[in-house]
Design a protein around this ligand. Structure first.
Ligand code: S3P
Length: 436
């Protein structure tokens, strides 16, 4: 049985909502809490399946974790050298973040391990982490084609490297920093464009020194992580669907409370504002070392733009939603320099281009992006390809479509946004879940 969404046309988004915790920060708080000395209490944790996979992995490695319960998690950290050999493969489900971050951490352990995943994750590229980890001295084997499962064999010590990342990836950067905790000498990573910096911020929050300057970040072994209390803000990537929905549906006025606004994540705000969106940040504050604000979004006429390639890594997870905004905008929107979208939970360029075409939008797919000519949105059936963000993005298109939109294969929405349907419904979207 798989879930399908039926979106009845029309409606607007109103009221005040609080979206679930940030996925990237939730993963990192579990990982660093487990490696810290002492008890870490996390609040605001995302209780999505991706995070449950990370929690299960650390439990399997002997870490005592209570919860999650209403976003609260208590982690009895075992210290950097306290993990134990798991008795089974560590199943990371749908989560690329969990697999890539853990591959770095596990490369530095004295026990063997195996990281596996679901069908989508089993097709995703892992050489981007395996190659630099191998340079550090790690011993990892993959399936043919450089995909999971990853078999990690213990080695007699890793060595730090100075790595120039070929792509802008926070997962690769974080993987290498976690491996660097166990390496001899300094580990440095230089990124071709800024990517989310939650790992660096959080390591410092746990008292571990990390130096950064320009596009380079470095750390050295020999320090400890000290348990701390972590407050995870709401996920701007989940807020994105509501920002777009409220922007395109006339008469909308919505408040999205407690959204993380780390500058490495706010590309969507630039892009939507450039398209004419009316988004205001209120109550800007710092929570747990991260900037947070409430967002007030009102509907506004949008127009197409050529998206600045410099904004692409800063909005990397938001393109499914942004492309729905483009479909509702007047004129043409051009996305380029976004080839990384082809290796997400689905090939998001292909999945969005096909889905938009099915609902009557004029789209031209390119190797690294697409052109979208905004106009009328029709009803139809769209395949989400099991990708949570594709499913949620097309749900918002229903606010403007002229007949129903059916979205297939929506089970994975619960990887990042378990309450999406009820929250969207409370905001004004006419969404029904059908089990097929
Ligand atoms: C993430 C980094 C990004 C993003 C993913 C979460 C992270 O992936 O798409 O959803 O938490 O580090 P890449 O590093 O592959 O760009």
């Amino acid at each position: 049985m798989s879930k399908c969404f039926k979106i009845s046309p029309g409606g607007k988004l109103t009221g005040s909502i609080r979206i679930p915790g940030d996925k990237s920060m939730s993963h990192r708080s579990v990982i660093l809490g487990a490696l810290a000395e002492g008890v870490t209490r996390v609040s605001g944790l995302l209780e999505g399946e991706d995070i449950l996979a990370t929690i299960a992995a650390f439990r399997a490695m002997g870490v005592n974790i209570e919860g999650p319960d209403e976003g609260q998690l208590v982690i009895c950290g075992v210290g950097l050298n306290g993990l134990r050999q798991p008795q089974h493969d560590l199943d990371m489900g749908n989560s690329g973040t969990a697999m890539r971050l853990l591959s770095g951490l596990l490369s530095g352990q004295s026990f063997p391990s195996c990281l596996s995943g679901d069908k989508s994750l089993s097709g995703r590229p892992m050489r981007r982490v395996v190659d630099p980890l191998t340079e550090m001295g790690a011993h990892i084997s993959t399936a043919e084609g450089g995909t999971p499962p990853l078999q990690i064999i213990p080695v007699n010590g890793l060595r730090g490297i100075d790595y120039q990342m070929p792509m802008a990836s926070a997962q690769v950067k974080s993987c290498l920093l976690l491996a660097g905790l166990y390496a001899e000498g300094k580990t440095c990573v230089t990124e071709p464009a800024p990517t989310r910096d939650h790992t660096e911020r959080m390591l410092r929050g746990f008292g571990y020194p990390v130096s950064s300057g320009g596009s380079r970040v470095c750390l050295e072994p020999g320090f400890h992580l000290k348990a701390t209390d972590m407050v995870v803000p709401g996920d701007i990537s989940s807020a994105a669907f509501f920002m777009v929905g409220a922007s395109i549906a006339p008469g909308s006025h919505i408040e999205i409370r407690n959204v993380g606004t780390n500058p490495t994540r706010t590309g969507i705000l630039f892009i939507l504002k450039q398209m004419g969106a009316d988004i205001e940040l209120k109550n800007e504050r710092t929570v747990g070392g991260e900037p947070v604000a409430d967002l007030i979004v009102q509907s506004a006429p949008l127009h197409g733009i050529h998206i600045d390639e410099a904004h692409v890594p800063l909005a990397i997870d938001e393109f499914p939603a942004i492309l729905i905004a483009a479909a509702a905008a007047s004129g043409e929107t051009i996305l380029s320099g976004a080839e990384e979208l082809r290796v997400k939970e689905s090939d998001r360029i292909a999945a969005m281009a096909r889905g938009l075409t099915h609902i009557g939008v004029d789209v031209t797919e390119t190797a690294d992006g697409m052109r979208v000519r905004g106009g009328e949105i029709q009803g139809g059936t769209v395949d989400s390809h099991g990708d949570h963000r594709i499913a949620m993005a097309f749900s918002m298109a229903g606010l403007l479509s002229n007949t129903e939109i059916y979205i297939e294969d929506c089970d994975n929405v619960s990887t990042s946004f378990p309450d999406f349907q009820s929250l969207a419904e409370s905001g004004g979207l006419d969404i029904t879940v059908i089990s097929k």
